[in-house]
Ligand binder design. Structure first.
Ligand code: PEP
Ligand code: MN
Length: 357
């Protein structure tokens, strides 16, 4: 199903001038913190202020947001500084209270986007309004679920839609708090080219040092905007302290971003792309080769009544390949994760052989 979209059409958003930036604290904490952060951001030319009022926290007992008490603070940001304000909504009640308070932009968070009942409830509460809505990716890397959520909101008549890519959660937290898996938003863009894509490098990286490189990657991929958690005193933030930056640092990060031309493709680029296609083909051939050998090993293991996974050998492969990758200018983590995936497929194929009679 196609989405019926129209431009976000927000003052201060210039389609041709990337990136559009939403900045502000993870959570609104006090009126002073909200106002002071907003004042500093406004002074740096930021037009859109984000702050969470209702916070979906992983565990109970933590700070779950100031709730409705924070809405007048955001109103004040709008009135005194002329900024547009944005907050997260997860229930019909949130939507009604935010609309009543004159919030300019709403976003649906990653946990909510994973729940069709909740998305439908939010969508129904938005019916009849022309609110701009940003839909974050669901926590799990399920593109159909993400698009399904967008359809629910769109079918409620919301056409000023955009998405925020904030990465996907995993059991093992490595470098990133949420895995970027850039191919997912790239596929979303292929399917719905008119849909603006923002990146939230704060939640993706989970650490402030990762904001700049992730934001740069998003710009290199042609994303329209960024949502970056910004706080006057990040280390003292009541939620997500590690991933927030001061307005000063935000300005520095934005200043250093290299914005590339999205539409320009030249003949020499076409030539390079052909080379990539041919290297990819060769990679696939070699992988198929590896799997064939692996199936032969599987047949041998079956004959000798051996287990499929030989832990020591697996550990050896991972560390050797990681080191070999580093010698060739790739990151150890990257190479290891490729070989983890290859190993998983090998095991699957060997198990298939084992169970064949
Ligand atoms: C947020 O933006 O504050 C937030 C809770 O993000 P996410 O839904 O991406 O976890
Ligand atoms: Mn946060």
């Amino acid at each position: 199903m196609d989405l019926e979209l129209k431009p976000l059409a927000l003052p201060g958003i210039d389609q041709d001038k990337r990136p559009t930036v939403l900045a502000g604290p993870c959570s609104a904490e006090t009126e002073e913190q909200v106002m002071e952060t907003a004042r500093q951001l406004a002074a740096y030319g930021i037009h859109i202020y984000r702050a969470g009022i209702w916070k979906p926290r992983t565990k109970p007992g933590g700070f779950e947001g100031v709730g409705e008490a924070g809405l007048p603070w955001l109103r004040r940001v709008h009135e005194e500084l002329g900024m547009l304000t944005a907050t997260e909504v997860a229930t019909a009640h949130h939507v009604e209270a935010a609309l009543e308070a004159g919030i300019d932009i709403l976003w649906i968070g990653a946990r909510t986007m994973a729940n069709p009942f909740a998305v439908q409830e939010v969508a129904d509460a938005l019916r009849g309004t022309d609110m701009p809505v940003l839909c974050k990716n669901p926590v799990n890397p399920d593109l159909e679920l993400w698009i399904g959520g967008l359809e629910r909101v769109n079918q409620a008549g919301i056409q000023r839609l955009a998405v925020v890519h904030r990465g996907f959660s995993t059991y093992e937290k490595r470098l990133y708090r949420n895995l970027p898996m850039w191919h997912v938003p790239i596929e979303l863009h292929r399917r719905i080219p008119a849909l603006p894509i923002f990146c939230d490098p704060s939640h993706m990286g989970g650490r402030r040092e990762l904001i700049a490189p992730l934001a740069q990657q998003a710009m290199d991929l042609g994303f329209q905007g960024l949502m970056i958690e910004t706080h006057v005193n990040p280390d003292r933030a009541w939620s997500d302290a590690m991933q927030q930056v001061t307005p000063d640092v935000l300005d520095f990060i934005l200043d250093k971003l290299v914005i590339r031309n999205v539409s320009a493709t030249t003949e020499s680029l076409e030539e390079l792309r052909k080379q990539i296609d041919s290297v990819d083909n060769a990679l696939l051939e070699q992988l198929a080769n590896r799997m064939r050998i692996s199936r032969e090993i599987g047949a041998y293991k079956k004959e000798h009544n051996m287990t499929v996974v030989q832990t020591r050998r697996y550990g050896e492969i991972l560390s050797k390949r990681g080191a070999q990758g580093v010698l060739r200018g790739m990151s150890n983590d990257f190479v290891k994760s490729i070989f983890e995936a290859i190993h998983e497929e090998s095991v699957r194929q060997q198990v298939e052989i084992l169970n064949k009679d």
